[in-house]
Design a protein around this ligand. Structure first.
Ligand code: NOJ
Length: 553
């Protein structure tokens, strides 16, 4: 059987807003992506996943879509998009776009119609419900809390009803129990495939179906239980429909975002080779393994990478999926802080950035590199709440401002917020890091003069060069990587991430101090060492801070 192309591919995620601005309006755009295609080709990228570029009021930076079939003006137009597909294909790069099926913007025509009259038929496209009355006080239909801190219900006075939104209140959830709505969404997917897109990253796919009994979680005013809207039975019927009626009719690659809610078994249900509905699903279990998530009460010294947990989480998924299904692997995306600041160390910039690249890029899964990761971009030092551009950061502030100082909340957001991954791409050391001739809303990381693409292209050793080299090696050994089983070495080790995927062995020190590692190097060839030296004695490697070795036997 011919292997699917994506098993051998390396992906690159683009957050278009902050990638490259071609027309000087301060926002990255489609033509900016076109300009950088040769850079991506040179890096060794086979496909790009582009975050939403559709018409949007930008409440959630594009995930709130007001017209699924139109390109947002800030990114360009349909011609630009067609041109991007053509130019990328000419270079052998595939285009994967974000498909947002769970919600629209409240500025979408369907929603506008829905709230235009008391019993408008478009209300069936969403979840509209009457309020509950307790002692004559009107309350939302349930006490469900959204992912973005607030209640998952918002009241519309003119029709005296609430609508459900599991993200921001400007992102009403679409009602997938309604076949009419499902058909509309299938049409949208077909439209992008007809345009020549090679597949989809399916946003928030685990949430398409809700607990339709709409009951409270507990007695609290507000409570969070993702089970009310994640991985529910009917969802798999919807996915089957999408697969048979849309995806299977095209050469369509699909990667679903199932997040922290799904177990490996559920993951397999989505994407096993035999009866899965998607090619692969992202899980979140290897993110935040330093305790930073929900860490408002933690001191900085308590934020330490739990290397053991990180490894065992990878292992659990690899063990479950071996010969049963395929997976993506990644360190971060646009919803996370920078991995260099989470698992790496700015004081060991090249060492930790290249170590992370090496550990990721030989795994038996499709790697997704997030823009800027390949040069070790780091978290930003935002000074004030107004510097944050993300609705979830603003809601976080509102939810905590009565109990914590503003300074502390900014500190925590600098540690955890999604804006860390969304600062502009650092292309060079010139004005605005070569991103744009103007900067309006988007922020720049102060360290762009030291950390940028052009500098790393010219250095003899750099994170960028190491990523290129690892991708080359990955391609050289790809047939082994996609066939052999990953074996973790010394899994209990609290500092070292080591694994074997025959004939390769990867050893990475996750600490900013030296660590001894028991390993017999006899017969191994060193393909890559991110230090000049290799200290070895009595079957022990003395690994320098963030030292990483790629070995072959
Ligand atoms: C997941 C996306 O990655 C995130 O950025 C977005 O806020 C939510 N889904 C809602 O679309």
């Amino acid at each position: 059987m011919k292997e699917k192309w994506f098993k051998k591919a390396v992906g690159y995620q683009i957050y278009p807003r902050s990638f490259k601005d071609s027309n000087g309006d301060g926002v990255g755009d489609i033509n900016g992506i076109i300009e950088k295609l040769p850079y991506l080709k040179d890096l060794g990228i086979d496909f790009i996943w582009i975050c939403p570029i559709y018409q949007s009021p930008m409440d959630d930076n594009g995930y709130d879509i007001s017209d699924f079939l139109a390109i947002d003006k800030s990114f360009g137009n349909l011609l630009d998009f067609k041109n991007l597909i053509k130019k990328a294909h000419d270079l052998g790069i595939k285009i994967i776009v974000d498909l947002v099926l769970n919600h629209s913007s409240d500025e979408h025509l369907w929603f506008q119609k829905a709230i235009s009259s008391k019993d408008n038929e478009y209300q069936e496209y969403y979840y509209f419900k009457e309020g509950r009355y307790e002692n004559d006080v009107r309350k939302p239909p349930t006490n469900w809390q959204s992912f973005f801190s607030q209640s998952a219900w918002t009241y519309v006075e003119s029709i005296d009803k609430y609508y459900l939104h599991i993200f921001s209140k400007k992102m009403p959830d679409l009602n997938w129990t309604n076949p009419k709505l499902r058909n509309e969404m299938k049409k949208i997917a077909r439209y992008y495939l007809e345009l020549g897109c090679d597949g989809f990253r399916l946003d928030a796919i685990a949430h398409l179906s809700k607990d339709n009994t709409f009951t409270n979680i507990n007695d609290l005013e507000l409570a969070f239980d993702s089970g009310k809207f994640s991985n529910r039975e009917e969802l798999f019927d919807y996915l089957k429909e999408l697969k048979t009626e849309v995806f299977d009719k095209y050469e369509c690659f699909t990667v679903g975002e199932v997040g922290g809610c799904a177990s490996e078994q559920e993951g397999l249900r989505y994407s096993n080779y035999q009866s899965g509905f998607l090619d692969m699903v992202f899980n979140f279990d290897t993110c935040w393994q330093n305790g930073a998530y929900g860490s408002i009460d933690k001191k900085d010294s308590e934020i330490v990478t739990d290397v053991y947990n990180l490894k065992t989480n990878f292992k659990r998924w690899f063990d479950a999926f071996y010969q049963k299904g395929w997976q993506p692997v990644y360190w971060l995306n646009h919803d996370h802080p920078r991995v260099l600041s989470q698992y790496g160390d700015l004081n060991y910039h090249y060492e930790s950035g290249s170590m992370l690249g090496m550990v990721l890029l030989f795994m038996p899964a499709t790697p997704f590199i997030y823009q800027g990761e390949e040069i070790g971009m780091s978290n930003v030092n935002y000074k004030d709440i107004s510097d944050f551009d993300d609705i979830s950061a603003k809601n976080f502030y509102d939810a905590h401002k009565d109990n914590y100082s503003k300074e502390w909340i900014v500190h925590i957001l600098n540690r955890c917020s999604r804006d860390n991954a969304r600062s502009i791409m650092q292309w060079n050391d010139s004005f605005n890091a070569g991103f744009s001739s103007t900067l309006k809303k988007l922020k720049i990381n102060d360290n762009y003069k030291e950390i940028n693409v052009s500098k790393q292209e010219n250095e003899t050793k750099s994170i960028l060069k190491s990523y290129k080299q690892f991708i080359k090696y990955r391609k050289e050994f790809i047939d082994f990587i996609i066939t052999n089983k990953i074996e973790f070495i010394d899994l209990d080790n609290q500092d070292i991430f080591a694994y074997q995927i025959k004939p390769l062995t990867i050893i990475g020190n996750f600490r900013n101090f030296e660590v001894d590692f028991d390993f017999d190097l006899d017969g191994y060839e060193v393909l890559y060492n991110n230090y000049e030296i290799l200290k070895y004695q009595n079957n022990k490697i003395n690994l320098a801070p963030f030292q990483a070795l790629l070995l072959k036997k």
